[in-house]
Design a protein around this ligand. Structure first.
Ligand SMILES: Nc1ncnc2c1ncn2[C@@H]1O[C@H](COP(=O)(O)OP(=O)(O)O)[C@@H](O)[C@H]1O
Ligand SMILES: [Mg+2]
Length: 353
């Protein structure tokens, strides 16, 4: 199947500053893609280039078999929603939603019917005559979504549409967007810096850092097989332990040999990444001795922060204990405990970033 959107070796500079480099990405029809990364990594710039709001210095963008790189925004086929609602403040909700349809020359009746339908879909059937300032943030974002979708675009672009909303509203609107996206089967790209949001909503996540793509994968792939230390740190929680390798490519943890071997490398140092849920407290002699420093209740699990005893780590070690296992353990701040891990869950990264 030919991808719906293809981004080929895209680059963007602002003066001397390289905002994006060597961006390559294919999006299938109907897919929900999230651009995920820290503030300033280039997510918005990339989204704006797809919309034609920012010129390309290098590379091409193809949508639905057409090279859209030279096209201005009005000749492209997308709807867009920004973080700040960006509704027309002097137009009513209905006029906002119907704006594009009216511009397209649709009859007044057609516009009215479409607007009524959209008001129903976004759950604001009685708010058509209100003005944006009379709506809550979440409601305004629903209107912005309806306005973006009313023209049935081929591509929906969302730039942090949920970031300005409070937690409850955000989760509700998350569901609305996902349901609507699936119902319409519209190819969607959403920018977010919130890894949880990306994990919950996306079919595939594009993890970005400093203007380049670190990894593209399903939420599960990105979480379970982070391609770099950056991804491992940005998506979910991860303990990092420095580790020396001996001449037989043997690694050690707490002075005990691991059966895990690294590939032949000149590097004599690696970083081991272990998720808090892949560590557990046990009694076996071979386990790693730690002092429990603090316990943090998280609902379905307790996160213990521990310091190593007789071995070293630069950071406290986080261990997630499922709440139902807590009763069987003697976990108290100050207590000595032993950690065990299954080596299959260890990630190995080069020490140099
Ligand atoms: N118009 C511009 N002029 C100069 N620098 C810009 C411009 N737009 C964005 N940048 C810079 O490009 C980088 C990426 O910005 P942006 O795409 O907005 O990041 P993100 O959306 O991931 O937070 C930032 O360092 C930002 O300061
Ligand atoms: Mg941004």
């Amino acid at each position: 199947m030919q991808p719906f959107l293809t981004i080929d070796n895209l680059g963007k500079r602002f003066g001397d500053f390289t905002a994006l480099k060597e961006i390559a990405l294919s999006v299938n029809k109907g897919e929900f893609i999230c651009f995920l990364g820290p503030s300033g990594c280039g997510k918005t710039t990339l989204l704006r280039m797809i919309a034609g709001l920012e010129a390309c210095h290098q590379g091409e963008i193809w949508q639905d078999g057409v090279n859209i790189t030279p096209l201005p925004p009005e000749q492209r086929d997308f709807g867009i929603v920004f973080q700040s609602y960006a509704l027309f403040p002097n137009l009513s909700v209905s006029e906002n939603i119907g704006f594009g349809l009216k511009n397209q020359g649709k009859s007044r009746r057609e516009v009215a019917m479409s607007v009524a339908e959209w008001l129903e879909i976004i759950g604001l059937p009685d708010s058509g005559l209100k003005f944006p300032s009379q709506l809550s943030g979440g409601q305004q974002q629903r209107v912005a979504l309806a306005r973006a979708l009313a023209l049935s675009p081929g591509l929906l672009l969302l730039d942090e549409p949920l970031s300005a909303l409070d937690a409850k509203v955000r989760i509700k609107l998350r569901e609305t967007i996902c349901k609507l996206q699936r119902k319409l089967g519209i190819t969607t790209i959403m920018v977010t810096h919130d890894q949880e949001e990306a994990m919950v909503m996306a079919d595939r996540i594009v993890v970005m850092n400093y203007g380049h793509i670190e990894q593209i994968g399903t939420p599960e792939e990105v979480y379970r097989n982070p391609a770099s230390r950056f991804v491992a740190e940005f998506v979910g929680a991860m303990n990092f332990l420095e580790d020396d390798i001996n001449d037989n490519n043997q690694m050690f943890l707490a002075n005990q040999p691991l059966s895990l071997k690294v590939a032949d490398t000149a590097e004599r140092k690696v970083i081991l990444g272990i998720r808090p849920e892949d560590l557990s407290f046990g009694k076996t002699e071979s386990a790693l001795p730690v002092n429990v420093e603090s316990l943090e209740f998280q609902g379905s699990f307790v996160r213990a922060e521990c310091s190593p005893v007789g071995w070293t780590s630069n950071h406290p070690i986080k261990v997630d204990v499922p709440i139902h296992q807590l009763a069987d353990l003697e976990l108290k701040p100050g207590n000595l405990n032993r950690l065990s891990l299954s080596e299959q869950h260890i990630h190995v990264f080069p020490a140099a970033l």
